[in-house]
Design a protein around this ligand. Structure first.
Ligand code: FAD
Length: 428
């Protein structure tokens, strides 16, 4: 069969990897690089740095771990320590030394918040939400958790885990959210004791190494800098239209792009496609690789691997990853940061791009439920991190599930428990 795959992120590449030996596969990618958000930047005079996907949790990434083992690519432990800096009046929660800060120790709000945080992590094993569609904010409000805890701890923490925004996380289905926190084996990552967490890993050498290994056998089937503008579904074929108007016919199409982009490429959507593709909105957010300490907490004592700053003067919140916390960067003489969501710093900027950041909506759960029903209908298949919980593993696992469903090779490993994306993606 002739199969078009739109998007060369890990979801599209995962599907192509299983399909390329048995089918005539063409992969179209709008950007000039492979991997989508698995994107390693190599600048002269600087080390290679990942600006998107970087860390993964060993409990929740079975396919990624199996794939790395398959290619014999090493990963190394890293920490998932977090800090939260709040303005007006300044208050800091940090896996590093927050006690030396006088502003914290004299703040009743700080102690109240710490108490709520401790109660939350103690309660987590038994917290349950019976309505699978209820969002995080609504669930915690109804369970009478304080507004300060929800707005200034829980949602910022969720934003750091999902690389989103607190507002974008408020509608994430609470039941799934609690399950994920439990399965990540996190204990409060803003508490000093959890700064060296062995559950998290980073790819040695950067994400591009594994993207290149995976795509090498079908590299000649991938067309970079090729924006697809329309997918027209006919009864006996699918027509793929590129920017400029050139079009080709295929037996099937796999849309490995964020769901709202998939929606905009298609016409005559079925009712179920409307539901399945409108559960998550994506906002294009600036990502900067830089060396400017202004986007970090004010005191170096507070710096952790992930730093959330609610910035008064920017009227916004942003997240900065301190690259030097990765084991291979620890001894670097200079600091490297990757910031999501802030305007690029005027000084010490090394690289700037933007990625789609997920904004979960009240329809997210309904969309996940509808997804298996639309797969393969009208010769159209969907994969991507949005099919599951939004992590890199979800993107990979959904791509592999579609590759297998379309008659590609089976993945060369077996799993006892598959990732959520595969469950949502195709019905068993
Ligand atoms: C800053 C940031 C950091 C992250 N860090 C982590 C992390 O540490 N761990 C983790 O598990 N997850 C992380 N994530 C999430 C994870 O990286 C992504 O969810 C996952 O990599 C997405 O893969 P994907 O294949 O679904 O989509 P993408 O990687 O977005 O790939 C989609 C591809 O489709 C292409 N495309 C879109 N439209 C078109 C079109 N019309 N024509 C042709 N091509 C098109 C895009 O250019 C893109 O390359 C992070 C996300 C962000 C934003």
């Amino acid at each position: 069969m002739k199969i078009a795959i739109i998007g060369a992120g890990i979801a599209g590449l995962g599907a192509a990897w299983l399909l390329h030996k048995t089918h005539d596969v063409s992969v179209f990618e709008a950007a000039g690089h492979l991997g989508g958000m698995a994107h390693t930047i190599e600048l002269p005079g600087h080390p290679a740095i990942d600006t998107g996907f970087t860390v993964f949790n060993r409990h929740t990434s079975p396919n990624l771990l199996a794939l790395l083992e398959h290619f014999d690519l090493p990963s190394i432990p890293c920490d998932f320590s977090c800090s939260i800096s709040l303005p007006d009046p300044p208050l800091y929660l940090s896996a590093e030394k927050e006690f030396p800060l006088l502003s914290n120790s004299f703040s009743p709000r700080y102690w109240k918040l710490r108490l709520a945080i401790r109660s939350f992590w103690r309660a987590l094993p038994s917290l349950r939400c019976s309505d699978p569609a209820k969002g995080v904010e609504r669930f915690f409000k109804q369970a009478r958790w304080s507004e300060d805890f929800i707005k200034h701890y829980l949602l910022p923490l969720a934003a750091m885990i999902w690389r989103g925004t607190p507002a974008g996380m408020s509608h994430f289905p609470a039941a799934r959210f609690l399950d994920i926190l439990r399965s990540l084996h996190l204990s409060d990552p803003t508490a000093p004791s959890s700064s060296a967490d062995p559950e998290w890993f980073v790819l040695s050498g950067g994400g591009s190494l594994y993207i290149n290994a995976l795509s090498a056998p079908f590299r000649d089937r991938i067309q970079l800098n090729t924006l697809i503008t329309d997918v027209i579904r006919h009864r006996d074929c699918v027509e793929i239209v590129r920017k400029g108007g050139h079009s080709e016919q295929y037996d099937h199409v796999i849309l490995a792009v964020p769901c709202d982009l998939a929606r905009s490429l298609l016409s005559r959507l079925s009712k179920e496609e409307e539901i399945a593709l409108s559960g998550i909105h994506f906002e294009q957010k600036d990502i900067c690789l830089h060396q400017n300490t202004d986007l970090m907490p004010p005191s170096r004592k507070l710096w952790t691997a992930f730093n959330f700053l609610e910035a008064e003067r920017l009227h916004n919140a942003y997240i900065t990853r301190w690259i030097n916390r990765l084991p291979s960067f620890a001894d670097r003489g200079q600091n490297y940061f990757v910031t999501l969501g802030a305007p690029p710093p005027k000084q010490d900027l090394l690289y700037k791009t933007s990625y789609p950041s997920p904004q979960f909506t009240g329809n997210t759960f309904a969309a996940w439920e509808s997804l298996p029903n639309i797969q393969g209908k009208q010769r159209t298949w969907f994969c991507g991190a949005w099919c599951g919980d939004g992590f890199h593993e979800d993107a990979l696992s959904s791509g592999l599930a579609i590759g297998e469903a379309l008659g590609g090779e089976l993945r060369p490993w077996s799993l006892e428990e598959t990732s959520p994306a595969a469950r949502y993606c195709v019905s068993k």
